[in-house]
Design a protein around this ligand. Sequence first.
Ligand code: DHB
Ligand code: FE
Length: 280
Amino acid sequence: MAKIIGGITTSHVPAIGGAIAKSLQQDPYWKPFFDGFGPVRQWLAETRPDTVVLVYNDHGLNFFLDKMPTFAIGAAAEYRNADEGWGIPQVPPFQGDPAFSWHLMESLVAEEFDPVSCQEMTVDHAFTLPMALLWPDQKWPVKVIPVCINTVQAPLPSAKRCWKLGEAIGRAVASWAGDERVLVLGTGGLSHQLDGERAGHINKPFDLQFMDSLVGAQPDWATKFSTREIVELAGTQGVELLMWLTTRAALGAKVTELHRNYHIPISNTAAGLMLLEPSV
Ligand code: DHB
Ligand code: FE
């Protein structure tokens, strides 16, 4: 049986790609952000996951406003980074696992989710940069299964629905016949808003409460909010925290928090990072 060995949640700001390209990890602006990943890389070196279920939102690269699935799952043998307009360097392709992807799809559909299956899928900064933060040599030692959640165009799935999706992902992994050690990686957030009158909005007290909630007695605390309320609290793009909720739900009832980092700002974003292990 495949097993979820941990969950990592991180922000995915495109400027990280520029900082990596220019080797700015020790630069005073970037250091507090990049330093956060040391303990995560140490944990990855020790635990060596085989497969990453990567929960993220596409920003208009693979899906545009004309066709916007609420949930989509990659079932390709390979995923390539494509130019998405931020001027950041491309990263090497990622190896998929179509058989495992189809199992995930079948399992989710059996649980009354209706994801779009993608046998071809290009991936953007929300996918590539967290991977580059986890494995800076960009020699990906894992296969990847993309789970894409719409946070770009209304109507967005509710936090409650994303929580249930995460739980279903947890069950799907547990029922896969392989013996893979699976990492769930959720990217996006925390609070940020790139557009409109509130551009630059950041809500530190909310972010901290949200992170605490994920490791507390009520990890689904944020499911009490509608997506509109989350946008109000965390910003129009801060709603990407739905990936964090999905990831947390996949880990089961109790988790151990192994590491956390929170830093304001990276570009327009409050950058968060958590490393969680399911408790047995
Ligand atoms: C920024 C953050 C994002 O999540 C994103 O997708 C694009 C840009 C930013 O803060 O610059
Ligand atoms: Fe984003």
